[in-house]
Design a protein. Structure first.
Length: 242
């Protein structure tokens, strides 16, 4: 990768929330699609993550407020490309697959695409995390009517449309709030399968029962939000992709 700038003319920006991922970063950044820009959002790492990412050509921004949603939203606001992808920075998901996730958004056939995780080994997804995900998927289907099976962390959508959703959660509920508000706004939402590998290092959320169920609690609060159907209307016309 060559080093990119805050105003890179990349067709797609890839937001990578990062907290102590020095070991995984070389592999992750080495698999960013050619011509796409990696935005690594350092969320208070105490290792050399930021320096490694910068040395490998990523655009690095810092978000001192701890929280997955805080890191994701800082990356979204730092993005300049028309289409933005999100991907975990722990090597559990292969960024080389991002074109398949982003293609329906780029061609205007879909407004939001989620990568449905398909574990390649049993160790890739701990039992407690799988059970929590099954329950969350059930709640999402009931709340939104969308036939989703996973709140996939690999995803793609148009930047201005995402900003118009006015996302407010800055913790574990951020990716769910994105889906819920997109559904309320009438977006076309789709899933596509992506292999899910054992992550490098320990998960900050699903590595423990406590972290998993804290995330579930955050997400229940999001699901309890009252629908607001006009979010995103200024940025996207539902069903057109524009």
């Amino acid at each position: 990768m060559t080093e990119t700038s805050p105003s890179s003319a990349s067709p797609v920006d890839v937001v990578l929330p990062c907290l102590n991922e020095a070991e995984a970063l070389p592999w992750v950044l080495g698999r960013i699609p050619s011509g796409w820009r990696a935005i690594v959002v350092d969320n208070g790492s105490v290792d050399s993550s930021a320096d490694i990412a910068r040395a490998l050509g990523a655009y690095v921004v810092h978000e001192p407020r701890r929280g997955f949603g805080a890191a994701c939203h800082t990356g979204l606001t730092a993005a300049t490309a028309d289409v933005v992808c999100f991907c975990d920075c722990d090597a559990s998901l292969d960024p080389a697959l991002l074109p398949a996730v982003g293609r329906p958004v780029l061609d205007g056939s879909t407004d939001l695409v989620l990568g449905r995780r398909r574990p390649v080994t049993r160790s890739a997804w701990p039992l407690h995390a799988r059970l929590a995900n099954l329950e969350l998927a059930r709640l999402i289907r009931r709340r939104t009517g969308l036939p989703l099976h996973d709140l996939g962390p690999m995803r793609a959508a148009r930047r201005q449309a995402l900003l118009a959703l006015d996302l407010t959660d800055r913790r574990s509920g951020y990716p769910l709030q994105m889906v819920v508000r997109a559904a309320d706004a009438g977006w076309r939402v789709a899933e596509t399968d992506v292999p899910y590998h054992p992550r490098t290092g320990r998960s900050k959320v699903t590595g423990t029962w406590r972290g998993t169920w804290q995330a579930v609690r955050d997400m229940r609060a999001v699901l309890a939000e009252r629908p607001v159907t006009d979010r995103g209307a200024a940025a996207i016309t539902p069903g057109t992709g524009r």
